[in-house]
Design a protein around this ligand. Sequence first.
Ligand SMILES: [Zn+2]
Length: 310
Amino acid sequence: MATILAVDVGGTQIRVAAYQNGSAEPTNINKVATRGEGSVSDRILATIRKTWPIAGNVDKIVIALPGPLDPAQGIIFSAPNLPEWKNYAIGPEIEQVFGVRTLIGNDANLAALGEWKYGSGIGHNDLAYFTVSTGIGSGIISGGNLIVGRYGLAGEIGHILLEPNGPPCSCGQRGHVESFCSGLSIVKFAKQQISHGRKSSLANLADFSAKDLSQAAQQGDALSREAVERAGRYLGYAMVSVVHTFNPSILIFGGGVSQNGDLLFDPIRETLQDQVMDPTYIKDLIITSASLGDNAGLMGAHALGLLPDQ
Ligand SMILES: [Zn+2]
């Protein structure tokens, strides 16, 4: 069985894990801050060297990266947290340094793979995964295949268009799902309501995060509950398109906002019930939380490494 080095490059942390002989338990894992001495790619190279298994070869290196990228060419087009990388050929660079086949994948796509192979999606070959946090990432498995599309850009459910003249989205366009449902968008909605005179326990804070808002919702704050339910309703609109397009058997939600649980999931379920064109789409459809947490990207990178090369 193969030995895989999985790399997860986030905005704050680079993590590298060695998975030996097909085992899903890493034998070695190292973390380093994304920013610091040297370039980001130098820091990735150093962390890979540090994690390299003492005995034995590495069969593949697989890197989970934020932002749109082309997995076939190993090129990352852009990433909000890594502004120095524009059309950057990170895959070929790493492959050349170590002489080991190197694959790259979008972090949300790889998290979808991880949840499918090791997490909440085990046994489901038609699966949609979403990470709802500051932004919204997503990955689709259809008929047992990760959908990547022509240039590797498929599966961006967070940027489904809901309202052409809606709020600004982080991608620069307007009215996309993310502009209604991300952690940032939920906070923005609550702040607007407070500025219009709505009462809320959050109004006493100088500033507040999506996590603060979730806590307030849990404690019964009406505005916070409304803000989460509203996000759930808009996510539900997006899920109507997802079930009509892919007819999945499970929808898996990860990321901080998903920790609102049924407060977020119930409006998704209700919207689906109201809006699908045939009830068969939601017959036995599971809506659930992700189970791999921060390790989803690494485990997904491992899972991709174990798949036959395409
Ligand atoms: Zn967008």
